[in-house]
Write a protein that binds this ligand. Structure first.
Ligand code: NAP
Length: 497
């Protein structure tokens, strides 16, 4: 935890064209440590002019990078992977300081990033096309080409992971990138830039410009005519603003947006395992993850037991300074997010749900000034309540009872979101029936939040467009180019008769 009077960590430069440069029309902004509400770092924020410079650098780097043999791009990505592995403990510490996520979580998450960079390295020479059989007289084939300069815009809950999921496939495909991290969490993206520099990436291939979103660096990226694609993770309303702002430039987009995932527990499930997953996924990241199972649908015969178990386990969660390894849960990432979570607790009580655990900010002693929130459990929630419909992004579980399988499916799908879902049952037929009918990009059966670089990740409905991770991620950064060659060179004169 940052002590009062400790000098601020200084990040005075943006990373543009392989150089560390001061912002031309930006400013120096303090980043807040959410565990105490005090500034802990001073960071350069770029403005539109800095984005213009970064896009120009990325554009200049694109021809050589895109033509570089895939195995050479892979070799550089593998060097980056090794650098990330060495830096992982420090990156975890910095990310925890910047966004308050418990160190035990950031260590586990960032400790695995090297594997993901290696996976993307392995894709760098796999962007192959296909041959298309038509008539004997022609040879038709496709090749795939990187789309160009990518604007990567990331959120504050998982800054490094969101950057990895975009830069990995983009660079493997042969694109160049301008990364704009969230205003609340700029530090680890700049640290990542340092690792790219040390790994020997050519100037301009990766550029990192922290800055404001609306009206600032983010908006300029979204409207820049030389940015071919925006890879965005964040809220749906922001995605719509980005789409509107970029309409005249006809970009490509991938959008990883919010979620309100149903986590269904049938009465034949292994109850203890289901509770491990359901409680863990309700409060992980202090509730600040899009894929968390925040709507827990429990079949009536085991519903009261589940309510008791959630309340019992909420009392066991060690909320504390995020850098302390014994803390399970740190603070919310910023003051507005804490206020938003508390307002949803009020809404839940007002709408008639039963608050069975938590619901309050934690203050006093170590907690003073920090944005700490109790793990919270609502029982007897109706799926029409706001706490069941809207993404809270706080450690709030809403337990909803159901009777029959059909009702569980209907409740699960009665949501504007469709990112992820989980279900627990020992009945294989039911697992297949239910999982095939759930409107979500990902369904976990008898497990939850099993997320790997090799499995496609993304949502349907208001949860977004496109997929990150998996082979599919590469597709989002490649255009298809079709070539048709006549084997005869004969072309009939259309006006001969
Ligand atoms: P956000 O407010 O939408 O911001 C995301 C990014 O967009 C930030 O870098 C932000 O900059 C920038 N931005 C804001 N307005 C912009 C504009 N008009 N033009 C261009 N850029 C703009 O989201 P957040 O609050 O950081 O993150 C939480 C959200 O992310 C939640 O809804 C969560 O579900 C979603 N999320 C989804 C996934 C997924 O994979 N599906 C993963 C993680 C998070 P500023 O920081 O300056 O506002």
């Amino acid at each position: 935890m940052q002590q009062a009077g400790t000098p601020l960590a200084d990040y005075p430069h943006l990373y543009i064209g392989g150089q560390w440069v001061a912002p031309v029309d930006g400013e120096q902004v303090e980043s807040i440590d959410p565990s105490n509400g005090r500034p802990w770092a001073r960071v350069a924020f770029g403005g539109p002019g800095d984005i213009d410079a970064a896009v120009a650098a990325a554009r200049a780097a694109f021809p050589a990078w895109s033509r570089r043999p895939g195995h050479e791009r892979a070799a550089l990505l593998r060097r980056l992977a090794d650098a990330c592995e060495r830096a992982a403990p420090e990156l975890a510490r910095l990310e925890t300081t910047d966004n308050g996520r418990a160190l035990r979580e950031t260590r586990a998450d960032i400790g695995g990033h090297a594997n993901a960079w290696h996976w993307y390295a392995s894709l760098a020479d796999k962007g192959s096309g296909r041959t298309i059989p038509i008539e004997d007289s022609v040879h038709a084939f496709t090749t795939r080409r990187p789309v160009g300069v990518v604007g990567a815009i990331t959120p504050w809950n998982v800054p490094l992971m969101a950057a990895l999921w975009k830069l990995g496939p983009a660079l493997a495909a042969g694109c160049t990138v301008v990364l704009k991290p969230a205003e609340h969490t700029p530090v680890t993206s700049l640290e990542l830039a340092r690792l790219f520099h040390e790994a020997g990436f050519p100037p301009g291939v990766v550029n990192v410009v922290p800055g404001w979103g609306a009206g600032g660096a983010g908006e300029r990226l979204a409207t820049h005519p030389d940015v071919a694609k925006i890879a965005f993770t964040g809220e749906g309303e922001t995605a719509k603003a980005i789409l509107r702002a970029g309409a005249d430039t006809l970009k490509r987009y991938t959008f990883e947006l919010g979620g309100k995932a149903p986590h269904i527990v049938f009465d034949d499930a292994d109850f203890d395992q289901a509770m491990n997953a359901a409680t863990g996924s309700a409060w992980a990241l202090c509730g600040q993850s899009c894929a968390l199972g925040s709507r827990v649908l429990v079949q009536r015969p085991v519903y009261e037991r589940a309510v008791e178990e959630f309340a019992r386990r909420a009392a066991r969660v060690r909320v504390g300074p995020p850098l302390h390894v014994e803390s399970h849960m740190g603070p919310q990432a910023h003051a507005q997010q804490l206020a938003k979570t508390l307002s949803y607790v009020e809404a839940g009580v007002h709408e008639g749900a039963e608050l069975v655990a938590g619901g309050r900010r934690i203050t006093g002693g170590d907690y003073d000034g920090g944005y700490y929130m109790q793990p919270t459990v609502f029982a007897r929630v109706d799926n029409r309540m706001r706490i069941a419909r809207e993404e809270i992004f706080g450690p709030v579980a809403a337990l909803i009872p159901f009777d029959e399988e059909e009702e569980a499916i209907a409740l699960a799908n009665d949501s504007s979101y469709g990112l992820a879902a989980g279900l627990w049952t020992r009945d294989v037929g039911r697992a297949l029936r239910v999982s095939s009918r759930i409107e979500a990009g990902m369904v976990w059966v008898n497990t939850y939040r099993y997320i790997r670089w090799s499995t496609p990740y993304g949502g349907v409905k208001a949860s977004g467009w496109g997929r990150e991770n998996g082979l599919e991620a590469l597709d989002a950064y490649l255009d298809v180019h079709t070539t048709i060659i006549s084997k005869t060179g004969q072309f009939a004169d259309p006006y001969a008769s």
